[in-house]
Design a protein around this ligand. Structure first.
Ligand code: PLP
Length: 503
């Protein structure tokens, strides 16, 4: 079980602020007494009061250790946050990214001195090209959403170069919110197409929605219900027929790695979430990376610089001379540390390993589906006859109707079982949705523990719905007022200290 609270901490405040632990003149470190020259600091720049906490070294270590234990991460336990692919991040990848040769170089260094870094990025591009079945990859974007935005800029540049005024981007109603936002930010009008009773794109509605105004269709496959769009070839044909492009939201790549490729399905642009599929820490764990892959016809529009290899001189170099490029979308060449981890991970897994990832991720999701299917309160809204891919979406609408228990009550109660909450209320087409993505890195015992917790909570919904209302009770901080948390955020220790009563 997790660290709860220090015995001396009051109920109102679990871990005091470092300033509250501070005592005047207590020190953690003493500088050697060296004679230093006097300097004259202009009066307006000299500080008279330094507001720094004063603590001993063990106090500091214990304070931060306690804070770290109040947190929850992939290294603490099961984290089935659907769509986010919270798999375990191998520590060897961290070690490699921390090597001096990877972490102590600077993008302004001469190309000749960073050939290894350029080679790594070039080879990572080649791996991703092969994995997605595209012609070329660009590593610049910082996250999936950033990749989407770049994809939309490329779409605009492509149509413009052909003298076409294509203003509309089609997005299915099950799509991630960033799809709508990326298309709108790039200046497109967003057209929404509904899903059919099988939870897939309604192809008849799509055929009606496409026209010569269609710039692109944005789609993820498997979709956000964890279901494979089995009419993808017909979908691609409908969009291509009117001259539109097909954009692949790669957040769900963990469901198809090594089995099929977006390029083979007809997609023209693909983004990767290296921090999801390729196992680099995300959420609170670090920066992301959202490379983008494109088909041959879009290559010339990619941002600068592009990494190239001069065979004769056996030298990697950065090519800025690309007249049709959409320009720069990020400083330098992407989040390099993340790229190192992702490349290490791909080499670690190998081609067979990448396939096994998907096999285990899909098996795990189907195991949970079959074990919870039929448990009173958890309902599958769409065609549940076939297997799902790497994630499953249950609706707890029956629980809400019968006992007033909503999806987020269950999410919060799960925290008391030492499990991170699944994604809830997404995708929006499922009422009271709980979106569960176990990933491939979990054992059967861990899945069984989760399933047992879900069953126990379903029982509680009937017998003690009050327990669900009060949850979580085993975490450092209990139930928060969510509306207040977003309307009156407490963003600094100064604001926290001024609160009349602590959280
Ligand atoms: C995570 C996610 C995104 C956005 O990716 P970020 O890296 O978080 O910006 C887009 N679409 C889907 C389906 C996602 O799950």
């Amino acid at each position: 079980m997790k660290f709860k609270q220090a015995s001396w901490a009051s109920d109102a405040c679990l871990e005091p602020l470092v300033f509250e632990l501070s005592r005047a003149n207590r020190t953690g470190y003493t500088l050697p007494q060296k004679k230093l020259p006097e300097v004259n600091i202009p009066e307006n720049l000299a500080r008279t009061k330094l507001e720094l906490p004063e603590l001993s070294e063990p106090e500091i270590v214990r304070h931060y250790t306690r804070l770290s234990q109040m947190n929850y991460g992939v290294d603490s336990g099961f984290y089935p946050l659907g769509s986010c692919t919270m798999k375990y991040n191998p520590k060897i990848c961290e070690e490699l990214a921390a090597l001096e040769t990877a972490s102590c170089i600077h993008p302004y260094q001469d190309e000749d001195t960073v050939q290894g870094a350029l080679e790594l990025m070039y080879k990572l591009e080649r791996c991703l090209t092969e994995i997605a079945g595209v012609a070329r990859v660009c590593l610049h974007p910082s996250a999936g959403a950033h990749g989407e935005f770049l994809g939309m800029l490329l779409t605009r540049a492509y149509h413009k170069s052909r003298g076409k005024e294509s203003k509309e981007v089609i997005v299915p109603d099950s799509a991630h919110g960033t799809n709508f936002a990326s298309a709108a930010m790039a200046g497109f009008d967003v057209i929404v197409v509904p899903s059919n009773s099988r939870g897939r794109v309604d192809i008849e509605a799509l055929r009606k929605a496409v026209s010569k105004k269609t710039a692109a269709l944005m789609l993820t496959n498997p979709n956000t219900l964890g279901l494979f769009e089995d009419e993808i070839l017909e979908i691609a044909e409908a969009v291509h027929k009117v001259g539109g492009l097909l954009y692949y939201d790669g957040a769900n790549l963990n469901g198809i790695l090594g089995k099929t490729r977006p390029g083979d399905m007809g997609f023209d642009i693909v983004h990767f979430n290296l921090h999801k599929t390729f196992s680099t820490p995300h959420g609170g764990g670090g920066p992301g990376s959202g490379p983008i892959g494109v088909s041959r016809k879009l290559e010339k529009f990619l941002p600068v610089p592009v990494i190239e290899y001069n065979k004769k001189r056996r030298r990697y170099y950065l090519d800025y001379n690309r007249p049709q490029s959409v320009g720069k979308i990020k400083a330098f060449y992407g989040n390099f540390g993340v790229l190192v981890k992702a490349y290490a991970y791909i080499l670690l897994m190998g081609a067979n390993g990448l396939q096994e990832i998907t096999e285990a991720a899909v098996l795990n999701a189907n195991y949970i589906t079959r074990k919870l299917q039929g448990v009173e309160g958890y309902e599958l809204k769409f065609d549940a006859s076939g297997p799902c891919k790497h994630e499953v979406v249950f609706s707890v609408e029956p629980m809400k109707k019968n006992y007033g228990v909503k999806a987020h009550f269950i999410a919060k109660r799960l925290l008391d079982f030492g499990v991170h909450a699944p994604t809830y209320y997404f995708p929006p087409i499922v009422p009271e949705a709980l979106m569960i993505e176990p990933t491939e890195t979990e054992t059967k015992e861990e899945l069984d523990r989760f399933i047992a917790a879900m069953k126990e909570i379903a029982e509680e919904a009937k017998s003690h719905p009050d327990k669900l209302l009060a949850a979580p009770t085993a975490t450092a901080i209990g139930r928060l007022d969510e509306a207040k948390a977003s309307r009156e955020p407490i963003l600094s220790w100064r604001m926290y200290r001024k609160l009349p009563s602590k959280i």
